[in-house]
Design a protein around this ligand. Sequence first.
Ligand code: ZN
Length: 75
Amino acid sequence: MTFISKKKNCDVEGCPNEYKKTVSREKAGSTIKEANLSLSIKDKVTRVHLCTDHYRKIKKKLKKDRKIESLRWSG
Ligand SMILES: [Zn+2]
């Protein structure tokens, strides 16, 4: 049987907090880079686990992106 890690930590490198939110890497990846953070997950992983702190940081930027997106769509 494969060993399954019981750690439920935030995927941001060096962050010891327990994760609270899961976001798709596709959405979060660039935002995380913009925030000068790096992820401690493997390339194949498509989901990012974030603690509350980091999720908030990302969320702010995601909202911005969404606004831009919706403007584009409505136009
Ligand atoms: Zn974190």
